[in-house]
Design a protein. Structure first.
Length: 243
């Protein structure tokens, strides 16, 4: 069975995580490490993808400074998004030409890769009794509307692919303070709200999930969707030793 290494890093500054991704991508391109899933959370940060529009940051620079929110322009796809405490962020560093479940051609295409990331998160949410879906034309994962209510976005996805090696990834709101999304127009979508597992879980049936619990569930879902076993690694040095 294919093996994915799992790096669980806790809370990491966004700039530091970018450097880590660049290091892992370089090592993966050189075939010095295998496929890796990095799971972490970030201090408050707004990121601007390649297709971002500055006007989708609605807060003033002064308010952002007051709230301790930094800005980062990055090379992933997508528009403006927010990362912060209580949000599970995943960075898969994988070779799309590799032995991935269901791959029919020489490599997994970008669209199919994103669909699989969505399926990972749909499966994860289902473990907590939260039913989610895709919306055609809108990347990410959304709750199913109840009655006349509109669907709400629970997870965002933005990826980068270079020579078939992936970076960036997904952000799943677990116990995120949703008021922080008022600082932006999330992903440029102004007609839908955001939500979190904390908001959606029926606490009469199960307790509010912790970030650690959801990270474990997401790792299991990732292994199931991409067809491999997840094995925890403690550091980049351990990844190199395994190669």
């Amino acid at each position: 069975m294919k093996l994915f290494r799992l790096l669980r890093l806790g809370r990491v500054d966004y700039a530091e995580s970018l450097q880590l991704q660049q290091q892992l991508v370089s090592l993966r391109k050189e075939d010095r490490i295998g496929d890796v899933l990095v799971l972490l959370e970030h201090p408050p940060v707004i990121t601007l993808g390649r297709n971002s529009h500055r006007e989708n940051i609605v807060a003033s620079d002064a308010l952002l400074r007051q709230r301790g929110v930094t800005l980062q322009e990055i090379n992933r796809g997508g528009d403006v998004t927010y990362h912060g405490p209580g949000q599970l962020v995943g960075y898969p560093i994988i070779d799309l030409r590799g032995d991935l479940a269901g791959k029919t051609g020489p490599h997994l295409g970008a669209v199919e890769y994103v669909r699989r990331l969505e399926q990972v998160l749909i499966r994860t949410c289902a473990e907590y009794g939260v039913v989610t879906e895709r919306i055609p034309g809108r990347t990410g994962v959304w709750t199913l509307p109840i009655g006349s209510a509109q669907e709400r976005k629970i997870a965002a996805i933005g990826v980068h692919i270079s020579r078939a090696i992936t970076s960036h990834g997904f952000a799943l709101n677990v116990t995120t303070d949703l008021r922080d999304f008022d600082l932006i127009v999330p992903c440029g979508i102004n007609d839908r709200a955001v939500t979190s597992l904390e908001e959606e879980v029926d606490t009469r049936v199960r307790p509010t999930p912790s970030l650690d619990d959801v990270a474990n569930a997401t790792a299991r879902s990732f292994g199931a969707i991409f067809g491999g076993q997840m094995l925890v690694a403690e550091s980049v040095e351990e990844l190199l030793q395994d190669s």
